[in-house]
Design a protein. Structure first.
Length: 289
């Protein structure tokens, strides 16, 4: 797991942060999953590489993870480290294929016409990671799959709101064009980082949709599986707090400073999540006003 752990440690992401609450075997397994996700995502995001080349690279990752899932010998180090986890947790190739399809979307799609298109993208790049993760965590009730889908969409919509300016700098707008039209916000305004009351209303509407998915996740997770989903619940708490912070700032996400939770806030959420678990308080720490 040396390569996978190095990639996870280097990333310092919120997802990697959530692993600290897991026992070591599951933490190592999640590091392997995260490393795979990080590698394919980095391929898609490397704008300095021609699209045709990135498409070839993603095809190579798809073929190699297929080898790992079918019991053959993978060529990439990350997949070789990941293969025992894939075997033990019975992770299906179909989910990895969906994840790579999501990455491929970013190669040639810089706009999403409506929520239907955007939520398919969110499912592929976020919910699928949740579906793979819950197989590693272990669960008793199949409703956990719906929980993973809802929470993944909530987290990805929160990410999209936070990253509007960063994405615009790359010529990308993930907010649905149908919603831009509804709130009379133009693509040019977003690409020029022009904040307005109309943009505030647009962002607040997208935030409301994210909140809907947080609430669905909260309602869907079976009580008997809350303990095993502690890392996912921490993710929900972190991103819920991020969404609240964006809301307090009136979704002024077009400025140069990216909205983040600081280290102290994240540590506090980790401690709070751990204490709630230790005390037997199993209700989610997100999705409520």
């Amino acid at each position: 797991m040396q390569e996978s752990q190095a990639i996870t440690k280097k990333s310092a992401s919120n997802l990697a942060l959530a692993f600290v609450l897991l026992p070591k075997p599951k933490r190592d397994a999640m590091s392997a999953l995260y490393a795979f996700c990080r590698e394919v995502d980095d391929v898609a995001d490397e704008d300095s590489v021609p699209v045709a080349k990135r498409r070839e690279q993603l095809a190579a990752w798809r073929a190699d993870i297929h080898r790992a899932c079918s019991g053959e010998s993978p060529r990439f180090v990350v997949n070789r480290e990941f293969q025992p986890v894939i075997r033990e947790c019975r992770l299906p190739f179909t989910l990895f294929d969906e994840l790579i399809k999501g990455c491929e979307t970013d190669l040639d799609t810089t706009r999403h016409e409506n929520y239907e298109q955007l939520e398919l993208y969110c499912y592929r790049v976020a919910s699928v990671v949740g579906l793979l993760s819950i197989e590693i965590f272990g669960y008793k009730n199949a409703a956990c799959r719906d929980y993973a889908i809802h929470l993944g969409k909530a987290l990805q919509l929160t990410n999209i709101l936070r990253d509007v300016r960063t994405d615009a700098e790359r010529g990308r707008i993930y907010l649905p064009l149908s919603e831009l039209k509804k709130f009379n916000v133009t693509e040019v305004e977003i690409l020029r980082h022009e904040y307005s009351e109309r943009f505030h209303a647009l962002a607040a509407s997208v935030a409301a949709r994210a909140k809907h998915f947080y609430q669905l996740a909260q309602q869907t997770l079976p009580a008997e599986d809350r303990r095993s989903m502690i890392a996912a619940e921490l993710m929900g708490s972190v991103y819920w707090r991020l969404l609240q912070k964006l809301e307090r700032r009136e979704f002024n996400v077009l400025g140069p400073k990216l909205t983040r939770l600081n280290k102290a806030q994240k540590i506090l959420l980790i401690l709070r999540t751990w204490l709630r678990l230790a005390a037997g308080v199993m209700s989610p720490n997100y999705g409520t006003p």
